[in-house]
Design a protein around this ligand. Sequence first.
Ligand code: AMP
Length: 279
Amino acid sequence: MRIVEAARELSDLSYAVKQGGQKVALVPTMGALHEGHRSLIHMAQQHGEFVIVSIFVNRLQFNNEEDFETYPVTLEDDIAICRSSGVSALYMPSSKSMYPESFATSVEVSGLTARFEGASRPGHFSGVTTVVTKLLTASAPDIAIFGQKDFQQFAVLRKLVDDLDIPTEMMMAPTIREEDGLALSSRNVRLSAESRQLAVLISQGLFHSLSLFQSGIRDRQELIEAARQTCIGEIEIDYIAIVDPQTLESVSEAHVGDVLLFAGTIDGIRLIDNIIFCA
Ligand code: AMP
């Protein structure tokens, strides 16, 4: 596995690989790798011969300094996971090389970023779209893989790639969960034992709503209320919404393919999750 720190070196590598007829697949991450990231790597390997994983804790997308300072960093383990997973190249740029003091550019997607995570975390999405634009430019991948776990992020990035004519196919990988249903997240390690027990209510609420949908209920309020009731009193709910997967506009009646979005806080730790309604 090749470890690359400079954007220029990554561009040269990707160009050479593609000249040789191989497809390049990119998996962007902020490290602290877990089974969710591994599943993205696995999906990347099914669609491209040369898989690049990037690890960069992107300060620009943290709207909260403490969240950035305490974000878990497990570099040695991450490198070992990438090696054992058969990753072709690991891109680990330094903060200085990503954002030198002279850096003055910001990439913004309007509309889709206005609500939900965008409203609760001002500046978050411009940090995401700026860094992902840089990652896509440097690695010029044929395919880029992102997790359903961050559904709004995927919708925003798909729009970015579409609007800027970036020739990368965007793919979404399903959310990987703990046995009890909690979506894996690098931030889960911050949960106390008690908060960890409460955190399971989030996925329980979402799956309760899904089971109502599957029994024929379509009314938005009823489906949202099912998820809310499961969490009420235990989790500080930021939002629960049912949205169209492309526009992220709220729907009055849920259909197959619509998404139930959830964000809430337990003991100061913000968690997000979602499910896609299916038959
Ligand atoms: P992060 O390192 O948290 O920025 O996440 C990097 C990528 O992994 C993003 O595309 C996330 O959506 C994805 N991801 C995070 N958690 C999960 C999960 N539990 N299952 C699948 N993908 C995930």
